[in-house]
Design a protein around this ligand. Sequence first.
Ligand code: HEC
Ligand code: HEC
Length: 337
Amino acid sequence: MFKKLSKVLSLVTISVFLISCSKNHINRNHPDYAKISLEDMQDIFEPLPDQVLKLEDKSTVAQVKLGKKLYFEKALSLNNDISCNSCHMLDKFGVDNEATSPGHKGQRGDRNSPSVYNASLHIAQFWDGRAEDLKAQAKGPILNPIEMAIPNEEEAIKRIKRLSGYTDMFKAAFPKEKDPVTYDNLAHAIAQFEKNLLTPSRFDDYLKGNQDALSNDEKEGMRIFNEVGCTSCHNGVGVGGGLYQKIGLEIPYETEDKGRFNVTKNNDDMYFFKVPSLRNVAKTGPYFHDGTVKTLKEAISLMGTHQLGVELKKSEIDAISVFLESLTGKMPEIAKL
Ligand code: HEC
Ligand code: HEC
């Protein structure tokens, strides 16, 4: 219900924006047009929280520790050669910088690996939102025949029980349970670890009130990003990640992937994807759901054309790119090896 509402609201926002553009004939050449105000930006964006998961008791801390070990566990793949970190490398902003990722026996799927950083703040997981949260998501790749290719949950658990150390870690993480080494707990622990994979940046310092945290060029890029309408979709705490939208809203975008339609079978969802978070986007290329767009500037230009129906000028693309680079954050301690 809420998701539907937010979709409707976003459509309304976009229409209002497009109508107001044509009415006011925005002069995008005028240097002083709509000088950026911190308050306006605080209405559109939100700084990252310090934590998503409160580490308030011993068992929660034990779950995070277990989840981290599992995240790097290659025994959770049929040939003992792939872990979550193979496609979502924590020292590479949570991606592998490949268009599509090699999984079991080098097989590749049709979609680009999104980052695990800040993913806990998205409305749902995957490009089409088919997993409702990180826990539901984590159950998928281990059993996916072209990713980690373990035949079934029992086999995954058998493998974990054979390795030394895990049984005690599961007991510490789930102290009330008699037989805590289960597939559900395994997914829960991985999700707990992922929740605090947050990458605060200078952009967050700015949103918290330090106006000097961004350079004038970055602020100018942010102004243009907002003024041309990128913020109608890329907004909130993730600068994206908060709603679904159609790729090719204004001018059709060629793709075989029907996106969210595959999940809902609802024609209104044809070619809808989760609007990706743009945090760390300068580091997470190649771009789009299929990884076919190689550079950030190319991605910005395509967005102007297909999502907004405007041909952005080179100077505007450059400025937006400078702003987006300021979204590159610091990796948290918890992600370090
Ligand atoms: C072989 C590469 C590969 C492996 C291994 C892999 N993933 Fe992924 N991951 C992907 C791809 C590709 C997607 C996007 C698929 C889609 O949207 O349909 C994805 C999506 C995700 C997402 C959703 C992020 C978002 O923004 O929607 C999360 C979270 C994630 N993976 C975590 C994990 C975890 C945890 C593991 C280990 C249990 C794992 N992945 C193993 C390739 C991989
Ligand atoms: C109507 C909603 C909408 C608007 C407006 C919009 N975007 Fe997007 N953006 C999306 C969607 C949906 C995707 C995912 C498209 C895909 O992969 O098929 C996306 C993807 C991107 C990507 C690629 C991210 C990645 O990780 O692959 C970048 C960069 C981007 N947008 C920047 C912008 C900029 C800059 C603007 C303004 C010029 C903008 N967007 C306007 C919805 C929008």
